[in-house]
Design a protein around this ligand. Structure first.
Ligand SMILES: [Zn+2]
Length: 420
């Protein structure tokens, strides 16, 4: 009997890789036969992981252009569809078969178990249910562990808080934006969550508990332990933190992960930042090979203090390869700015990073600094500017804005605005 949800969580590194290779060969044979997209791409056999980088990447653009070409299971085997929301394209369907849904629920149960959720817990799901992949996915996993589930969704803040106290909710999951918003409402409306509210908070959908400043803020506001979960619609879920809070454990039995240098497009060693590229090892409906997530991560394959052996992503998603700003040669992600803000006393409102012509050096075309719009007064603006300069070594012009004047988001926050 394993002390973890799934015995594979403590396989040796050799065993993980051996099982992955068997699964990879089986999966590539499957997609080569049943997925029109990969059949047309002419995927060859792969005999070792060293040969995988020879196969082409699959991008979001490839997917949304012809989503039905990726369907590898018969129509009558499909049980669920969610829609991938592209910013520049119409939503593309992503499918699950019955066994795919079962696998998803089991991985989510594994995640919840690693946060300390057990039979008898009450889970209030604060991810959206309508059109969003998070709500149903998370709920299925917690049900599997034996939790009483409250499908709350991501609105009706006061009702959510009342329900938490009435039902004795012990675990919640949601986007960090909504969870922080809810904590603000609790404070304002006089709900004292500390000691009476959930003991476990799981974030997903955007960089959350893996960012130290956000974790601290969530844990203080909720009086709970906060854990990061990471997934995308194409891969549900990908990685989640355990009680050691030392980086999300990758689901290495479900997906094979490569970390790729965005410039050279070759794999980088552990410890070096790169783009996470994933290949399904066990997906029937819309399997993907070398999926370019666009998310920048750092991998650590050494065993975790918790005893689990699946590789981790310390610090979670460091940023989007597309969002990365280069300011006078310094790589800067919006999440790093957010982290500084979350750790600065007095920052309570919204912010956004604006990139416009005034910041571009006309001689070199490089950015000379960043501009930050921040809810607060002049004094707070100078504190934040100094702190960003000290910690991130970039010049920041901080524009104070009236409280409540910047756009709120309870879902994926859009905090980088480009006006170039
Ligand atoms: Zn661990």
């Amino acid at each position: 009997m394993s002390r973890f949800h799934d015995p594979c969580e403590e396989w040796s590194r050799d065993r993980i890789e051996a099982e992955q290779l068997v699964a990879l060969k089986r999966q590539l044979a499957y997609v080569g036969e049943y997925s029109a997209y990969y059949r047309n791409a002419g995927l060859g056999d792969v005999h070792s992981f060293d040969e995988l980088p020879e196969l082409p990447f699959t991008t979001k653009q490839d997917y949304v252009t012809a989503p039905n070409d990726f369907v590898a299971a018969p129509r009558t085997d499909l049980r669920r569809v969610h829609f991938s929301s592209g910013t520049t394209s119409s939503p593309a369907p992503v499918y699950w078969t019955g066994p795919d849904l079962d696998r998803w629920a089991d991985l989510y149960a594994r995640a919840a178990y690693s946060h300390g959720v057990r039979l008898g817990d009450v889970y209030q799901c604060l991810f959206g249910f309508a059109w969003f992949v998070g709500g149903l996915g998370a709920t299925a996993g917690y049900q599997r562990l034996g939790c009483l589930c409250v499908p709350g969704g991501s609105s009706d803040s006061v009702r959510q808080l009342e329900t938490m106290l009435r039902m004795g909710t012990t675990a919640v999951g949601g986007t960090p934006s909504f969870l922080l918003h809810l904590a603000e409402v609790a404070e304002r409306e006089g709900f004292d969550l500390r000691g009476r509210g959930p003991r476990i908070v799981m974030t997903g959908g955007e960089p959350g508990a893996a960012v130290p400043g956000i974790r601290r803020k969530l844990e203080e506001a909720w009086g709970a332990r906060a854990y990061d979960g990471y997934g995308s619609i194409e891969f549900q879920p990908i990685a989640w933190e355990c009680e050691a809070q030392a980086g999300g454990h990758l689901a290495e039995d479900f997906a094979y992960a490569e970390v790729i240098d965005p410039e050279t497009r070759r794999p980088v060693p552990d410890g070096t930042p790169g783009v996470l590229v994933l290949t399904h090892l066990d997906k029937q409906a819309t399997p993907l090979v070398r999926w370019w997530t666009g998310d920048v991560v750092v991998r650590d394959s050494t065993p975790c203090a918790c005893g689990r052996t699946m590789a981790r992503l310390p610090g979670g998603v460091r940023g989007r390869a597309d969002d990365m700003l280069v300011v006078r040669g310094v790589n800067l992600f919006p999440s790093a700015v957010e982290d500084v803000l979350r750790r600065t006393d007095g920052v309570t409102g919204e912010f956004r990073i604006v990139v416009d012509e005034s910041l571009v050096d006309s001689a070199t075309g490089f950015l000379t600094g960043i501009k930050l719009e921040l809810e607060g007064d002049d004094a707070l603006a100078s504190v934040v500017a100094a702190r960003i300069r000290a910690e991130l070594t970039v010049r920041a012009t901080v524009v104070p804005c009236a409280p409540g004047s910047l756009p709120r988001s309870t879902h994926k926050s859009a905090r980088l605005v480009r006006r170039l």
